[in-house]
Design a protein around this ligand. Structure first.
Ligand code: NAD
Ligand code: DAU
Length: 327
């Protein structure tokens, strides 16, 4: 198959391209925002640099493709609280533009990569695909809008599309604004480890390669009009994640600093993945302990990847977000 993969210069999209690139022909469309990096992709990849909300660029990139997989997004909740414009443009307008192009070009299959955050927070038990949508942040609210547009295009125009909702991903090449790579790099540098609120929030950790295997399974065998949850095998409180990072890096616990909580912070995410497991045979292969160890080692070994990030736009973002300079 020839696949158009949008947003593949980012963390999960580049993991996906690495997973399926030998088996399928891949064209990448990516705007290369602060989170999209050319060096995340194989050198010989067919890369179109452009925005998913630009109809002409999208049509040209999509022409001749058999399927579209969409990763393109503004992915950081904290940034959406600060300024939601790019989130609405990319998640809502961008999804609409791609769906229109897919319909006009008669694309056989469309897959929307979405998030467990569309369901909001859950105290006990786990969300299934039929749980109500109850987003808390501008990030998750605009992701809901994108998901609903996909369902509307299936219903109204009969396009072949599915939605995949993943829990918190981690692994190599994740931009260090997110909890795990931020803590790993700060711990390596002896910088403070900023824990929001009481640190007792729970996330459902999923190794990015496992998510990508789930995404590809749904692309190839999922039913159109259906949603599939892809949850990680392990849940963990944030403070526990930070302590494990400290252990793996040999840093000192005194680096932990409790800081002001994120506004509207969701307390717990938890996804039931029984539908994907029972219908399509997917199973997570990497447990958190093993995946975290391998992720910490990757950051230790790849300073050429994160070195330029820590000295660029990220430094300004960090100061604005945390009110202090990196050490
Ligand atoms: P990321 O921020 O690392 O990468 C996003 C990519 O999208 C970047 O390459 C960026 O340049 C590109 N992009 C952004 N706006 C664009 C636009 N308007 N046009 C073209 N390209 C654009 O994100 P990620 O963590 O890899 O997330 C990928 C997808 O997976 C997103 O849809 C996200 O909502 C979803 N998701 C993420 C997680 C997670 O834990 N990171 C979990 C579940 C679902
Ligand atoms: O659940 C899936 C979602 O996971 C994805 O849809 C998002 O794209 C992705 O960013 C992620 O969202 P979170 O908000 O859960 O991830 P983040 O890494 O920003 O934060 C994880 C938890 O850690 C959360 O409870 C906030 C907390 N945190 C985060 C940062 C950056 C801290 O305590 N300190 C920090 O400095």
């Amino acid at each position: 198959m020839k696949l158009l993969v949008t947003g593949a210069a980012g963390f999960i999209g580049s993991t996906y391209v690495r997973l399926v690139g030998d088996e399928h022909e891949v064209v990448v469309l990516d705007k290369l925002t602060y989170a999209g990096r050319r060096e995340n992709l194989p050198e010989d990849i067919d890369l179109v640099v452009g925005a998913i909300e630009d109809p002409a660029v999208v049509r040209e990139a999509m022409e001749g493709c058999d399927a579209v997989v969409n990763f393109a997004a503004e992915s950081h909740v904290d940034r959406s609280i600060d300024d939601q414009d790019a989130f609405a443009r990319t998640h809502v307008v961008g999804t609409g533009v791609r769906l229109d192009a897919a319909r006009e070009l008669g694309i056989g299959r469309y897959l929307q990569v979405s998030t467990d955050e569309v369901y909001g927070s859950i105290e006990s038990d786990s969300f299934t695909e039929t749980s109500p949508l109850d987003p808390s942040s501008p990030y998750s609210a605009t992701k809901v809008a994108g998901d609903l547009l996909v369902s509307a295009h299936v219903h109204t125009y009969g396009i072949e599309a599915s939605i995949v909702r993943g829990s918190n991903n981690y692994g190599p090449r994740q931009y260090p604004e997110k909890l795990i790579p931020l803590m790993v790099l700060n711990a390596i540098h002896g910088d403070s480890l900023p824990v929001y609120g009481d640190g007792r929030q729970v996330r459902n950790w999923l190794f990015a390669e496992d998510f990508c295997r789930g995404i590809h399974t749904v692309l190839m065998n999922g039913r159109s009009g259906e949603v599939y949850n892809v949850g990680g095998p392990d849940e963990c409180e944030n403070i526990e994640v930070v302590k494990r990072v400290i252990e793996l890096t040999g840093a000192n616990e005194s680096l932990i600093e409790y800081v002001k909580d994120r506004p509207g912070h969701d307390r717990r995410y938890s996804l039931a993945s029984d539908k994907l497991r029972n219908e399509l045979g997917w199973e997570a292969q990497v447990h958190f302990a093993e995946g975290l160890e391998c992720t910490v080692q990757w950051y230790r070994d790849n300073e050429d990847w994160w070195g330029p990030i820590r000295s660029g736009e990220y430094r300004e973002y960090y100061e604005k977000q945390y009110g202090k300079a990196l050490g």
